[in-house]
Design a protein around this ligand. Structure first.
Ligand code: PEP
Ligand code: MG
Length: 545
């Protein structure tokens, strides 16, 4: 057995033979021509045919991965019609008196090099798109269909890299998994793989040769591993894992696509908690209606220095885009207590859970806070993004946050940088916030109850201290009354209230929360469907009686 490691793009276990994907790259010859008009006509006809192909691909992709993710093929169609591209091709044909193939290949190379050299990360990413459309035109001009996979049984596709068009053109029934040597987690191909719910790895250190081609392999998407010619133990372990996933999938199939509506007609937002853009795959797989808590501090924790505005912007934008119009609630930096970041150089405290943490750090170090807010406001132009502030205890904190937000918006406007208008809410995770929730509700657009901290502060039990497990009553009536109070106060002021702490995923409490009038539950992705099942079977009015 040989083991290779990559970065996971989508979880799941795939077992099958490896098939190395052959690219249909063209060897383009430079041929002198007399009739340049004829070459230009050939080029126009090729553009027309390629546009039709892309339209067909777009329609296929809309069905398989949804409109937002299929949009890449609309963009490719627009790129084909681009005047600069067309002028360049025609100019090369005319001035050099050469064939259309050569003019397309040269234009494709020039344009993609130009994009690749740009500072803007998004523009650099477009280099691959230009190559993709040029490649398509060359195939049409050469009368060839795109290369691909030639297989009669479902296989694990192994490739150096895959373009989005190559990914979507594959017959999904024949693909067990994608494994690539190159590629980025944020590429459209990765996004498509995730949305197709196909286990996928990128950046894998695997050779593309006969030592693996045609061999039996196992892709463990959750661990980012591919085992080639697995031994008996690994094979049976992975078959077990796959079986477990299969059972979960079956439950998923019956509930997927259903609205979270109780028997008496109340609709609940059922969102997912994530710590990382890598978690998006499971969010989509489990049919979450949005993201109710993105713990943005993980971006800070995985680094040795402050993440820059651009780095943060790229992550928030990816999440907003991938969720394609569904709400994405990003919580601002919540470090301190158990989540320490050395480079923040926070002095040792005797009681860190009650110390310098979360919004307190942000208000004390506005330059750090502003960098994150700028990234968030900018990313909000790319989807349905909301911002949530943690560890609030007073109304003045919210007012101060609003002042800083106004400064950030003013600066962005002055700098001519686009931004959206995200909805803004707070976490209710301190008893103080519960008690003044009516006042706080006047200031914000939503509440999300952080039951992990709320329980710790209400019961005076350090959530990290395992010695106190016997005293830790997750269903303590004090906490449940507080949740009820928060929901009531939110509703009195016309805003929604949800729970994003672990208690929200407690299936024994789902009906109780519904009876309290909860509007949203944000839970780990694997809990979405079990909770949906309860919602669908509950009559809230009956319960209340
Ligand atoms: C909470 O406190 O309930 C919460 C969701 O935030 P965290 O667990 O990240 O502190
Ligand atoms: Mg908390």
């Amino acid at each position: 057995m040989k083991t290779y490691y990559g970065k996971s793009v989508f979880n799941g276990v795939a077992i099958g033979k490896i098939s190395i994907y052959q690219k249909g790259e063209q060897q383009v010859k430079r041929v002198k021509v007399e009739d340049t008009e004829h070459e230009k006509k050939r080029y126009s006809a090729a553009v027309e045919q390629a546009t039709e192909e892309l339209q067909a691909l777009y329609e296929k992709a809309v069905k398989e991965v949804g409109e937002a993710n299929a949009a890449i093929f609309e963009i490719h169609q627009m790129m084909l019609q681009d005047d600069d591209y067309k002028e360049s091709v025609e100019n090369i044909i005319d001035s050099q008196q050469v064939n259309a193939e050569y003019a397309v290949a040269a234009t494709g190379d020039n344009f993609s090099q130009m994009f690749a050299a740009m500072d803007d990360e998004y523009m650099r990413g477009r280099a691959a798109d230009v190559k993709d459309i040029s490649e398509r035109l060359l195939n049409v001009l050469g009368g060839k269909s795109k290369a691909g996979m030639d297989t009669e049984e479902p296989v694990i596709i192994l490739a150096d890299d895959l373009a989005p068009s190559e990914t979507v053109q594959m017959n999904k029934d024949m693909v067990l998994s994608f494994v690539t040597v190159h590629g980025s987690v944020n590429s459209h191909t990765a996004i498509l793989a995730r949305t197709m719910s196909i286990p996928a790895l990128i950046g894998t250190d695997i050779p593309l040769d006969d030592t693996v081609d045609g061999k039996l392999a196992i892709v463990d998407g959750s661990k980012g591993i591919i085992y080639v010619e697995p031994d008996e133990t690994t094979l049976s372990e992975m078959q077990e894992k796959q079986k477990g996933e299969q059972e979960q999938k079956e439950l998923l199939q019956t509930l997927k696509g259903k609205a979270n509506i109780t028997l008496d007609g109340k609709e609940i937002k059922l969102y997912a908690n994530i710590g990382n853009s890598k978690d998006l795959a499971t969010v989509i797989q489990n049919d979450a209606g949005g993201i109710g808590l993105f713990r943005s501090e993980f971006l800070y924790l995985e680094k040795d220095d402050y993440p820059t505005e651009e780095e943060q912007f790229a992550v928030y934008k990816t999440v907003a885009e991938t969720m394609a119009g569904k709400q994405v609630i990003i919580r601002t930096l919540d470090i301190g207590a158990d989540k320490q970041c050395d480079y923040f150089q926070i002095e040792r405290e005797d009681n860190p859970a009650m110390g310098y943490r979360a919004i307190r750090i942000c208000l004390d170090r506005p330059e750090v806070f502003k960098t994150q807010l700028r990234a968030l406001f900018r990313a909000s132009a790319y989807g349905n993004l909301a911002i949530m502030y943690p560890m609030i205890t007073s109304v003045w904190e919210v007012k101060k946050i609003k002042e800083i937000v106004e400064e950030v918006k003013k600066e962005l406007t002055e700098q001519n940088i686009a931004f959206g208008s995200p909805s803004q809410g707070i976490m209710i995770e301190t008893p103080a916030a519960v008690m003044i929730s009516r006042e706080l509700a006047k200031e914000v657009e939503f509440f999300s109850i952080g039951t992990n901290d709320l329980t710790q502060y209400t019961l005076a039990i350090d959530r990290q201290n395992t010695k106190l497990d016997d005293f830790y009553d997750a269903h303590h009536p004090a906490v449940l009354s507080m949740i009820r109070m928060v929901i009531e106060n939110a509703h009195k002021e016309g805003i929604w209230a949800g729970i994003c702490g672990e208690l929200g995923a407690d299936l024994d409490l789902t009906q109780e929360f519904l009876a309290m009038g909860i509007d949203e539950l944000s839970v780990s992705p694997g809990r979405i469907l079990p909770i949906r099942k309860i919602i669908l079977e509950t009559n809230v009015e009956e319960l209340k009686k």
